[in-house]
Ligand binder design. Structure first.
Ligand code: BGC
Length: 710
């Protein structure tokens, strides 16, 4: 008996040891790289085959662990200088995926030194001010080229959230308060980036309109407000721009985090809009594995704890918490994007950065984005022969304003400050003096001693924080007043990412909004000041008299209430709100002076294929060549409950003095729809189309019947 018991004991110990070693081996296998043999038969590498077939073949060859690895970022190797990095699967010939910021220039992560420079383009709000989709395409193409040359596969941009409140910290990175303008330019930008076989990751989906409390707050909006204001630009970017990727936002929407929001990701983006690309998380925007996979988050980037949540996917699939099919759907999308980028077609051809060509896109963009807000004394354009001395004053006189703060900030290849640009263009017969403006009395004296004073001031918008107020920081308001008093020929140049208050406006007759112009700041400013180019920019945002004047400010709308930001202003965002409440802003949406003047005439409105065709004739009635930007606004029948006017089309063309041009613009049927109880619907009754040079200058107008149900 004792012998039997001893033998049984030994057997039990042996069995336990065996079990332990099996468990240890399994645990090691789970953490170790796959030891599977290199696949010799790799049909997915055959470049001529249909994309979906290649995706299916590669998907079938992946193990569960390999699939999971393709769904989350790990710490990028220093050599990549990238913000994000997803492991490749070497045995199957799948290279890693390299992701980088950002929307206004390539940005090496500051985590890896040394940081390499890139072309610093003007801020996105400046691009929006150009109203120029062709420029947006070259802007995107420039980014795509520089990304490709640095081995970047996915570019984090464009950033397309709507400028809801004037103090929004990232408004400079976003385009506009208007969904149509944002969508049109974003789609062109995306096409430009992707023409270089770099995926544009459009961000931040959705309603990331505030920076304060962005990781915790919820943006709460009703369905109509979302459909008409906050979501249309996304639809345009993915359906017309064919974006290969979208980034979900840090904030929650209606109480559910964006990156696990079924209504936004699964039902709308992937379902209704048939988006078949990749949804990646903003950094640290993932909060769960299961809920995110179910909602449609394909790739998770967690930064401080790389792989958090998604590294558990194999375990969750094995336990049945996540279905293999749900996981496969996420992987399929990643593979599809990798094939689109051409990552499995062998090495991309050697791409070279042409810094001169890229600089010229940066310069053109800065010029086209500059908005002339006031020129009451006809001071601009300056004549180099009539001026002997120019004083350039202010904190941004001797420094190019290359961009706002945060993940969009770029270390520029080179910079041209306002002083440098003006000196170069003015030529040797003009004396240019500079003063930083710290000592206001001294700055005023410098201004008084010159023929013309250019005072360059700015704000400091940045990611992660809204602006505390709309005021220019420090003593810049006092500086402007003192300079304008000292020299009647003063030009104020704003380097701001968003509207600012202007307590000195009554003292100033010449005012330019140059935004954050990027590395070619001074070159573009000088070309504008001396009239080498027309001031072609138009405001993509309303400039309120004060932040409090904006209908989206106040209450629990902004700042956030206990449940987050309540978007109870509904459709009354930007000029829509100013028009609805009959408010007079400082400068209205769409406004911007040219160095010439334009006449508008011969409006015709006719039903056309898929919508309504609007034509008008614009004539250059002045003495200089200039850029006309006719804008078409639509007014709905009252029953629809829309704000008074919505931008539905725009044109842009350069006209010689005396020249006329007929613009023909199509307003698609969808623009006549509002979101009602039946979803998208047409309003019964008569619509009205108005055309002119800004949302508040619309000399042409005509009634138009509701487009038929075709
Ligand atoms: C920003 C994103 C950016 C990401 C990666 C986040 O903090 O919100 O816009 O792309 O970081 O740097």
């Amino acid at each position: 008996m004792a012998l039997l018991a001893a033998r049984r004991g030994r057997l039990l110990v042996l069995a336990a040891l065996l079990l332990l070693s099996v468990l240890i081996a399994a645990a090691i296998a789970a953490t170790r790289p796959s030891t599977r043999p290199v696949a010799t038969h790799r049909p997915w590498l055959a470049t001529g085959e249909p994309l979906e077939q290649r995706v299916g073949q590669l998907l079938a060859a992946l193990t569960l662990e390999e699939k999971a690895k393709m769904l989350y970022g790990i710490a990028p190797p220093a050599s990549s200088h990238a913000a994000g990095y997803v492991q490749g699967i070497a045995r199957l010939g799948v290279p890693p995926l390299v992701l980088s910021d950002g929307p206004v220039g390539l940005r090496d992560t500051p985590r890896t030194k040394p940081v390499r420079p890139a072309t610093a383009l003007p801020a996105t709000v400046s691009l929006a001010a150009s109203f120029d989709p062709a420029l947006a395409y070259s802007y995107g193409q420039t980014l795509g080229t520089e990304a490709r040359a640095r081995g970047i596969d996915v570019l984090y941009g464009p950033a397309i959230n709507i400028d809801r409140v004037p103090v929004g910290g990232r408004n400079f990175e976003y385009f506009s308060e208007d969904p149509y303008l944002t969508g049109q330019l974003a789609a062109s930008y995306v096409r430009g980036v992707q023409s270089r076989r770099v995926a544009a990751q459009v961000k931040h989906f959705a309603l990331n309109n505030q920076e304060n409390a962005r990781h915790t707050a919820s943006s709460n909006a009703d369905q109509r407000t979302m459909r008409e204001i906050y979501l249309p630009a996304w639809q345009t970017a993915v359906q017309s721009g064919h974006a290969w990727s979208v980034m979900c936002a840090n904030n929650a929407v209606n109480g559910t985090y964006s990156c696990q929001n079924n209504a936004l990701l699964r039902d709308l983006l992937e379902g209704e809009w048939a988006f078949d690309g990749v949804i990646g998380s903003d950094y640290a925007a993932t909060h769960a594995a299961g809920a995110s996979v179910t909602a449609g988050l394909d790739q998770s980037f967690t930064l401080r704890d790389w792989g958090a949540y998604y590294r558990d996917l194999p375990k969750l699939v094995r336990s049945g918490a996540i279905s293999p099919a749900a996981l496969d759907e996420r992987v399929r999308r990643v593979l599809r994007m990798m094939f689109r980028i051409g990552l499995l077609d062998g090495p991309h051809g050697a791409a070279k950065i042409d810094t001169a060509a890229d600089s010229s896109v940066a310069r053109q963009a800065a010029e086209e984005g500059t908005v002339l807000l006031r020129n009451d004394a006809g001071l601009l354009p300056l004549s180099a022969t009539a001026r002997h001395s120019i004083a350039v004053i202010g904190p941004y006189a001797r420094t190019a304003y290359t961009g706002g703060g945060g993940s969009s900030h770029v270390l520029a290849y080179h910079t041209v400050s306002p002083v440098q640009g003006i000196t170069a263009r003015a030529g040797p017969s003009v004396t240019v003096t500079a003063d930083g403006g710290a000592d206001i009395a001294r700055a005023a004296a410098v201004a008084a001693a010159a023929d013309v004073a250019i005072v360059v001031v700015g704000d400091r918008s940045k990611e992660g924080q809204d602006r505390a107020s709309m005021a220019l920081p420090g003593q810049q308001d006092a500086l402007i007043s003192a300079v304008a008093k000292a020299n009647p020929d003063t030009v104020v140049v704003l380097n701001t990412g968003a509207p600012v208050t202007m307590p000195w406006l009554a003292q100033v007759h010449t005012l330019l909004e140059a935004w954050y112009p990027g590395q070619e700041d001074g070159t573009a400013l000088a070309a504008t000041l001396f009239g080498a180019v027309d001031t072609a920019g138009r405001l993509p945002v309303t400039f309120p008299v004060s932040a409090a004047q904006d209908p989206a400010m106040g209450g629990t709308r902004y700042p956030a209430g206990p449940h987050g930001y309540d978007y109870t202003e509904g459709l009354d965002v930007g000029y829509r709100g100013f028009d609805a409440h009959s408010l007079t802003p400082l400068f209205p949406f769409g406004f911007g002076l040219s160095y010439t003047t334009f006449g508008y005439g011969r409006l015709t409105v006719s039903p056309g294929a898929g919508g309504v065709t609007v034509s008008c004739t614009v004539t250059n009635t002045g003495r200089r060549t200039g850029v006309a930007v006719p804008q078409v606004y639509l007014s709905f029948p009252k029953v629809a409950g829309e704000p008074p006017r919505l931008l539905v089309a725009f044109g842009r063309a350069t006209l010689a003095p005396g020249a006329s041009r007929r613009f023909t613009m199509t307003v698609p049927r969808h623009s006549f729809q509002f979101w009602g109880s039946q979803g998208w619907q047409l309003a019964a009754g008569s619509y009205r189309v108005s055309v002119g040079s800004s949302s508040r200058d619309l000399p042409l107008s005509a009634a138009v019947p509701s487009p038929s149900g075709r």
